[in-house]
Design a protein around this ligand. Structure first.
Ligand code: G
Ligand code: G
Ligand code: MN
Ligand code: NA
Length: 251
């Protein structure tokens, strides 16, 4: 309750920031983009994890305004990065169900000047759960803008595959649990990653392995053919200033 009230005021009090985690090309290890991850610092509660406050925001119907802020901020910060570096933004199902969601995306792009090809939206399988939500149609309209689309946390949800034949996701993100399992030699995890990579390949989609922390995990992922890698091994989520500094130093 108390946290919900604090969350209600967090936007106007400017308590949110975005952290950016690098995503690299698996073969060349070159930087291809960053995933934007929301951070909330409140004077009373300190640093609160999105794993905790996003569900709260969804229940309190705050996730739409907060999500719109994330989208605008991410586009705004990414526009000054090199043109071949993309930004991925997590989108909750409640945002996607808003009738004007596509307009919100168009607006974020036009107001910041970010090219649509540089933006990627991440959704989970759960967006397909609500009957009559027209999630598929909305996602098609997003793709038609030239914006990329990732299927996040793949393999951890209810995993019906029907929608994969309808929605042309750009990328499937393989959940960290499979990456860890495969690196420990678990045949089930290895088989699942192999199958996901093969399926993605034949559907014209890329794969990103999530949560790679060790050299061994990176090696196994590359052997299994994932196209992109994200994880602490290549970098932790970092502040926008650190990202900007990275580009000013090395170019
Ligand atoms: O950043 P961290 O690893 O703590 O994220 C925890 C969870 O919160 C992840 O599932 C992530 O997808 C989610 N998350 C982080 N930022 C956002 C955001 O801006 N919007 C939504 N909807 N989820 C987010
Ligand atoms: O659900 P989603 O994939 O959007 O959330 C990404 C989450 O995974 C973020 O909370 C991020 O901080 C976390 N994460 C990213 N890389 C790693 C990693 O290498 N190890 C662990 N444990 N978590 C990671
Ligand atoms: Mn994500
Ligand atoms: Na994920």
């Amino acid at each position: 309750r108390v946290m919900e009230m604090a969350l209600r005021k967090a936007l106007e009090k400017d308590e949110f920031t975005l952290a950016y985690q690098p995503v690299v090309d698996a073969a060349s290890e070159s930087l291809v983009g960053f995933e934007a991850l929301l951070r909330w610092h409140n004077p009373e509660f300190g640093q609160v994890s999105p794993a905790r406050f996003i569900p709260l925001a969804e229940d309190a119907r705050l996730v739409v305004p907060i999500g719109n802020w994330v989208l605008h901020r991410a586009c705004c910060e990414a526009v000054s990065w090199p043109a071949d570096v993309r930004v991925a933004v997590n989108v909750s199902a409640e945002q996607l169900y808003e009738p004007d969601f596509v307009e919100t995306v168009v607006e974020a792009l036009s107001e910041t000047g970010l090219a649509p090809q540089r933006l990627e939206l991440e959704v989970t399988e759960s967006v397909f759960l609500r009957e009559g939500s027209r999630a598929g149609e909305t996602l098609d309209r997003i793709l038609a803008l030239g914006v990329g689309l990732s299927l996040d946390d793949f393999g951890t949800g209810y995993s019906a595959l029907g929608y994969l034949s309808k929605t042309r996701f750009t990328t499937i993100k393989v959940d960290r649990s499979f990456v860890q399992g495969a690196a420990r030699g678990m045949q089930e995890s290895i088989a699942i990653i192999r199958a996901v990579v093969a399926m993605a390949d034949s559907l014209g989609m890329a794969t990103t392995a999530e949560g790679a922390e060790t050299e061994n995990e990176v090696r196994v992922i590359r052997e299994l053919g994932c196209k992109k890698i994200q994880g602490y091994y290549y970098g932790r989520p970092m502040g926008a200033e650190d990202v900007a500094e990275m580009f000013s130093d090395h170019r």
